[in-house]
Design a protein around this ligand. Structure first.
Ligand code: ADP
Ligand code: ASP
Ligand code: MG
Length: 428
């Protein structure tokens, strides 16, 4: 008997009909003789709608109350799903995050899991029931408050349950057939990837491929959880996200003859660029600036420092960060302008970030040249560049990003013959 954790995203449980369809699928897995634990997201765009509602009440909602509000979404779907399963003659029990033992730190809105104590989930399984756990939510022991794990956090709930329960596989059900070479809503000729290493998946998720939440991929890699991303709308095999060595082993056996240089292309419109203008080009200045930024808790990504102008000895430093962190970072830097000794600050939230990812890049020359040529042929200007061993990222104008993703996808020979199918969801 296997233990399978199944996660159903919002687009898979958008209405009563979908909930019944998903219930049927869960029951089939149980009927096949498996123990089943389910993590479920809020219905459709519920979380976005609740966020909009909060902002209609106040421009800056209190973080604790925001978590109280948002966790109601998953409470609705978990109860409805359990009811649907019961009506089909199978035992099912729903649990909130805290009932399921998802213990987190106290960072409202982006809490991290510190412990998982799924005693009640185990009891349910031992009693032959299907356990349904509300995704995206946890509980802090010190404050005794409810927390949320960050947008897309139901993926993390599923992976954490799979790790704690020693599940055989963690299946992530969504509205596309798996992980594609690019977001199929943006690049219609994207195609499904059969296997991807967790290392590549981490880079894709970090670069904006929201099909999997980055923290869930990290958690899965750390705990050796195998992920299978697939559609809840059909029975097709999806994408296996494997720990790196497994794919290497397979390659030895000759299953995988050639590793593609580029596995996928991702895009992100949620970043902004800050430029610190007129920074004295002397030791310690970058440290000073980034210490101020670090104190705000903002997650910065790309950093570029220009060569200083010989006449002035001044340089510019630009970096990117999530738009949501823009205001606090600009406020902190503005307050330190005098002591920091720089001339001025610029804020630009009309940028797009494009990344190409592929493990084969390590051993392949000329990938940057190919990328820059494709962008240049399309008349797209590159504003910033950064690289890792298996990724190249560039910043473009926001309104050029989607076009850039399509031309780059084609230039690296990733285009499929057919148009990709998106089964549901609004892409919000
Ligand atoms: P769920 O509600 O199931 O959590 P999400 O909306 O979070 O679903 O994630 C699925 C969506 O991710 C897809 O509909 C697709 O538009 C988007 N996406 C972005 N990049 C990719 C990619 N590389 N492969 C597949 N889907 C992607
Ligand atoms: N409902 C939450 C969100 O929309 C969590 C999730 O769906 O993973 O972000
Ligand atoms: Mg998601």
């Amino acid at each position: 008997m296997s233990l399978i954790v199944q996660k159903f995203g919002g687009s898979s449980v958008a209405d009563a009909e979908s909930i019944k369809r998903v219930a049927k699928r869960i029951v089939e897995t149980r009927k096949a003789g498996n123990d089943v634990v389910v993590a479920v997201s809020a219905m459709g765009d519920t979380t976005d709608e609740l966020i909009d509602l909060a902002h209609e009440v106040t421009p800056i909602p209190d973080p604790r109350e925001m978590d109280m509000l948002l966790t109601t979404g998953e409470r609705i779907s978990m109860a409805l799903l359990a009811m649907a399963i019961k009506s089909m003659g199978y035992d099912a029990r729903s649990y909130t995050g805290s009932q399921a033992g998802m213990i987190t730190d106290d960072r409202h809105g982006s809490a991290r899991i510190v412990d998982v104590t799924p005693g009640r989930v185990r009891e349910a399984l031992d009693a032959g029931a299907i356990a349904i756990v509300a995704g995206f939510q946890g509980f802090n022991r010190d404050s005794k408050d409810i927390t949320t794990l960050g947008r897309g956090g139901s993926d993390t709930t599923a992976v954490a349950l799979a790790a704690a329960l020693g599940a055989d596989v963690c299946e992530i059900y969504t509205d596309v057939d798996g992980v594609f070479t690019a977001d199929p809503r943006v690049v219609p000729k994207a195609h499904k990837i059969d296997r991807v290493t967790s290392e590549e998946m981490l880079e894709l998720a970090a670069a904006g491929a929201k099909v999997l939440y980055i923290r869930a991929v990290e958690y899965a890699r750390r705990h050796g959880v195998t992920l299978h991303v697939r559609s809840s709308f059909n029975n097709n095999e999806g994408t296996w996200v494997l720990p790196l060595d497994e794919r290497v082993d397979e390659k030895k056996e000759g299953d995988r003859v050639e590793e593609p240089i580029i596995t996928g292309v991702a895009g992100d419109l949620n970043e902004a660029k800050v430029t610190v203008v007129g920074v004295p080009d002397v030791p310690g200045k970058a440290a000073e600036i980034f210490t101020i930024v670090a104190k705000t808790g903002a997650n910065i990504d790309m950093i570029v420092q220009n060569v200083s102008a010989a006449a002035t000895g001044l340089t510019d430093i630009s970096f990117t960060l999530p738009k949501g962190d823009g205001e606090k970072v600009m406020t902190a830097l503005t307050a330190e302008k005098e002591t920091g000794g720089f001339e001025s600050l610029q804020y630009d939230d009309q940028i797009g970030k494009l990344a190409v990812v592929g493990a084969g890049m390590r051993t392949s020359a000329g990938v940057s040249a190919q990328l820059f040529t494709a962008l240049s042929d399309a008349g797209i200007n590159i504003e910033m560049i950064s690289t890792s061993e298996i990724r190249i990222s560039v910043v473009t104008r926001a309104d050029q990003l989607q076009h850039a993703m399509r031309v780059v996808h084609e230039a690296f020979g990733l285009d499929a013959e057919e148009i990709a199918i998106v089964h549901g969801g609004t892409g919000r």
